[in-house]
Design a protein around this ligand. Structure first.
Ligand code: S3P
Length: 434
């Protein structure tokens, strides 16, 4: 288990291309595997989460060559996967597990999905319920947690499902089961969530109809192989948007970042606080995703109350947004974000504990947090609880303050391999200690 020893940073300067988008990389592997023909994907995230998904498809009979961020996948067609007889290990990835559950529900072979200690604690009834309504034979472990066991069934039936929580993973699990269902499968979401599944399925030749908050599809004859580039991950760029905003003198360019309007909440939140972030659009990447270069310079921030409409668009960025709030003048508030308690860790509790240890005055609620910003942070030893995004958020807080130690940082490799190297490239000092 490694720790980050973080030294206070002077101004951060330079240009970075952060690794490929995690949500899109998972989906790229899945759809390319199920397509007819060979897909070439560049900008793939070679992180532990997405490589776990890739290895699962290899286990299911898909041939794939990966070199860094380049991926070539020989699709087997919608009905070409083969059962492996062994558990499928999703590692730390909720996205991998939940989307795969939907896809595997319609296969002619049984599957068992497992993961690491964090993933084995995460709630799965949210996907099992709608999939069972479609006729899937899915069973969960104790307290509706993994393992997920799936038995083949004669046929799945399309349903119209209204999501009880705003979750792109649940929406996607249902739509992916819909690739194998009779009739139309439709999902209605209470708030807009990331729509990479809809956009990318469309790019692979499966018509997806989107009308307001309803997305629907019918089982296609097949998917067509695609060559495309995955944009850089806005969730990884977020660490630098915050770091450069709060470290005086900073001036950073972040290249080729995915700025899908369902994912850009962090940019809006920071701008609302006074951040100096310019968006230089680069047009649309092949999978129908908008891409831009982001230019961020240090600026004084003010506390804000997070509008409810931005929560789903910024859901993965709250750990580092809490750091921005700690450095802002005045109070910031977040409510209605109880989903943060069931991510890779309980992110409200883990971030509250760590920021308090650094001297931040805050109050934690069941569904959010109040942070009194503007007091100077002290050096401390903080525990990331093995959560990649909390680890990187604490690293940003420490580099902007008087340094510190962040414990249990190995999982940074799930979403942002090269984080420490890129931090060094823009002028931060992080030592990794085993
Ligand atoms: C994701 C959806 C979100 C997000 C996760 C990735 C996806 O989860 O937190 O990191 O790729 O669909 P929920 O669907 O649980 O909100």
């Amino acid at each position: 288990m490694s720790d980050f020893l973080v030294r206070p940073a002077q101004a951060l300067k330079g240009r970075l291309r952060v690794p490929g988008d995690k949500s899109m990389s998972h989906r790229a592997v899945m759809f390319a595997s199920l397509a007819e023909g060979q897909s070439r994907i560049s900008g793939f995230l070679p992180g532990e989460d997405t490589v776990a998904t890739l290895n699962i498809f290899r286990q299911l009979g898909v041939q794939a060559e990966q070199q860094g961020d380049s991926l070539r996948i020989h699709g087997v067609g919608l009905h070409g996967l083969k059962g492996s007889g062994q558990p499928l290990d999703c590692g730390n990835s909720g996205t991998g597990m939940r989307l795969l559950a939907g896809l595997l529900a319609g296969q002619a072979f049984p599957s068992t999905l497992v993961g690491d200690a964090s993933l084995m604690q995460r709630p799965m009834a949210r996907i099992a319920r709608p999939l069972q309504q479609m006729g899937a034979a899915i069973e969960l472990g104790d307290a509706d947690r993994p393992p997920i066991t799936i038995q083949p069934v004669a046929a799945l039936e399309g349903i119209e499902y209204t999501l009880p929580v705003a979750s792109a993973q649940v929406k996607s699990a249902v739509l992916l089961a819909g690739l194998y269902a009779r009739g139309e499968t439709a999902v209605i979401e209470p708030r807009p969530t990331r729509d990479h599944t809809e956009r990318m399925l469309q790019a692979f030749g499966c018509p997806v109809r989107v009308e307001g908050s309803r997305a629907s599809l019918c089982a296609p004859d097949g998917l067509r192989a695609q060559d495309f580039t995955v944009p850089a991950d806005v969730s990884s760029a977020a660490f630098w948007l915050v770091a450069a905003s709060i470290i005086p003198g900073s001036d950073l360019w972040l290249e080729g970042v995915g700025v899908n309007p369902r994912r850009d909440g962090i940019i809006h939140l920071l701008r609302q606080m006074g951040a100096d972030i310019e968006i230089h659009p680069r047009g649309e990447a092949d999978a129908g995703e908008p891409v831009a270069d982001l230019h961020v310079r240090h600026a004084p921030l003010q506390g804000i109350e997070v509008p409810q409409a931005w929560i789903a668009n910024a859901i993965d960025e709250f750990p580092v947004w809490f750091v921005a709030a700690a450095f802002a003048e005045g109070e910031s508030r977040l409510s209605g974000a109880e989903e943060l308690r069931v991510k890779e860790s309980d992110r409200l509790a883990v971030m509250a504990r760590g920021l308090q240890a650094m001297g931040v005055e805050l109050e934690e609620f069941e569904d959010g947090i109040r942070i009194a910003g503007g007091t100077s942070l002290q050096s401390a030893t903080v525990d990331s609880a093995g959560d990649h995004r909390c680890a990187m958020a604490f690293a940003v807080a420490a580099m902007a303050a008087s340094g510190g130690r962040v414990c249990d940082c190995d999982n940074v490799n799930t979403s942002y391999p090269g984080f420490v190297r890129q931090a060094q490239a823009v002028g931060a000092t992080i030592e990794v200690q085993a």
